[in-house]
Design a protein around this ligand. Structure first.
Ligand SMILES: N[C@@H](CCC(=O)N[C@@H](CS)C(=O)NCC(=O)O)C(=O)O
Length: 218
């Protein structure tokens, strides 16, 4: 085991960075958080595309949240956040983590939340048309997640996993804005799931939204 401390790079408002930090907190890893922006020198040095999060651990440099969690689970095998067995469970965890990262995040964060945080209007006012355009897709995704969480406290397993970490870190900024909060809170299973986990110490310890830094996005 390396003597070096785990270092996680990325602005705290990044839902991917927060998910990796939630994993570190859940696993009880003594890590250092360096709040760097995407495409900063530090991010470019670690991630081939300059994205965050990035991990540095001695000589090891890694980008991509799923790869970082795989590394953390192998270095710190207690309390795996993506267990490798049994096969059906491991695959189900991958399925849900992938759905959140590749289908939920692009609509809920890159389109809906960004329409509020980074409006492409001349005066910086919220672009209602851009917000409204995301609502049918948001509604469909919320309904899909609500079905998945019927009778379940976790998205993909009988215990907390990276799939939950990335889902919770993605839902949190959506609830800052009226349509997102309404949609999530009105979905019985998803709403219950969010309030159940919002008191988790790992979620509270990584919360960037109680005092957001101006101009930083999810
Ligand atoms: N697939 C990446 C996505 C990471 C990502 O998109 N990070 C955002 C911040 S939340 C970013 O760095 N955006 C800058 C960019 O896309 O150029 C992962 O899982 O880590």
């Amino acid at each position: 085991m390396s003597q070096h401390k785990i270092e996680i790079f990325g602005i705290p408002q990044s839902n991917f960075t927060r998910a990796v930090r939630i994993v570190c907190e859940e696993k009880g890893i003594d890590y250092l958080h360096l709040p760097v922006r995407p495409h900063s020198d530090e991010a470019n040095d670690i991630h081939p595309l300059g994205k965050v999060p990035g991990l540095r651990h001695g000589e090891v440099r890694l980008g991509e949240s799923r790869a970082i969690v795989a590394y953390l689970d192998r270095q710190y095998p207690e309390l795996p956040m993506m267990p490798a067995s049994p096969p059906a469970l491991a695959a189900r965890l991958e399925q849900w983590a992938s759905i959140v990262m590749t289908a939920v995040d692009p609509v809920l964060i890159r389109q809906y939340v960004f329409a509020y945080l980074f409006p492409a209007t001349a005066d910086g006012a919220v672009d209602r048309a851009a917000v409204d355009a995301t609502l049918p897709q948001m509604e469909a995704l919320v309904a899909m997640l609500d079905r998945a969480l019927a009778g379940a406290d976790y998205l993909a397993a009988g215990s907390f996993s990276f799939a939950d970490a990335i889902l919770l870190s993605t839902l949190a900024p959506v609830r800052l804005f009226p349509e997102g909060k309404r949609a999530i809170d009105a979905a019985p299973h998803l709403g219950r799931y969010f309030s159940l986990h919002s008191a988790r110490p790992s979620f509270v310890a990584t919360d960037p939204w109680s005092a957001p830094a101006a101009g930083e996005g999810a």
